[in-house]
Design a protein around this ligand. Structure first.
Ligand code: 5GP
Length: 193
């Protein structure tokens, strides 16, 4: 087991509805040393790529993205969520259905912060159905930039997001891939990588 899989086994809580709670180290209280290890891991996994910017989505991706950005020496941009954004000439906007909150957010990035020359690494905490990652990819495309890859802390491999991204040819690296999890027993199994 790698460092993140170990931590998930120790402190993750499996909830009904295929939700894994990691509030004690990632989503509410944040373990900075763990985030630093994740940043280092992404740097190794994307070491062959030229990256100019890291893009994530508020709120829980921001911490990880910042720690990762230190290793790449590039800025972080985060997509802001709003339920009221109307089309605006200054923003790239995408619709993202929220897995955990069951609402659709319009997420947006100012046109100032992604440009056609950008080679973007997308970072997020979870991959479920892939909506957040696909929304961020859409924003990079609108800007004319290129998506170098997608780095995810925890992919739920039994949901289709990871498959969709890989089928579309994106380099997707997930530090932990949960193959199955049982809310009754709390048992979590990981895909061998
Ligand atoms: P997707 O867009 O891939 O369907 O879902 C990913 C987003 O939903 C992530 O940004 C994350 O915030 C949230 N999410 C999805 N599944 C889980 C989960 O099991 N636990 C937590 N804490 N967040 C999740």
């Amino acid at each position: 087991m790698n460092f993140l899989e170990e931590r998930i086994c120790k402190d993750g809580i499996v909830k009904p509805g295929n939700v894994l709670k990691v509030d004690s180290f990632l989503n509410h209280q944040i373990d900075i040393d763990l985030l630093d290890m994740m940043g280092k891991e992404f740097k190794e996994r994307f070491s062959n790529e030229k990256i100019t910017k890291i893009l994530t989505i508020e709120a829980s991706g921001i911490g990880m993205a910042c720690m990762t950005a230190r290793y790449f020496g590039v800025p972080v941009v985060f997509a802001k969520k709003s339920q009221t954004v109307v089309q605006d000439d200054d923003k790239y906007i995408a619709d993202v259905a929220s897995y955990t909150h069951k609402v659709t957010n319009h997420v947006f990035v100012s046109k100032k912060y992604i440009c056609p020359e950008d080679k973007v690494l997308i970072i997020d905490d979870f991959m479920a159905h892939g909506q957040a990652a696909l929304g961020l990819i859409d924003i990079v495309k609108q800007a004319g930039g290129s998506v170098v890859g997608v780095g995810i802390a925890i992919e739920k491999g039994f949901q289709q997001g990871g498959q969709i991204l890989r089928d579309r040819g994106y380099k997707l690296e997930s530090i932990a891939i949960v193959e199955s999890m049982d809310p009754e027993t709390g048992k979590i199994e990981f895909r061998k990588q």
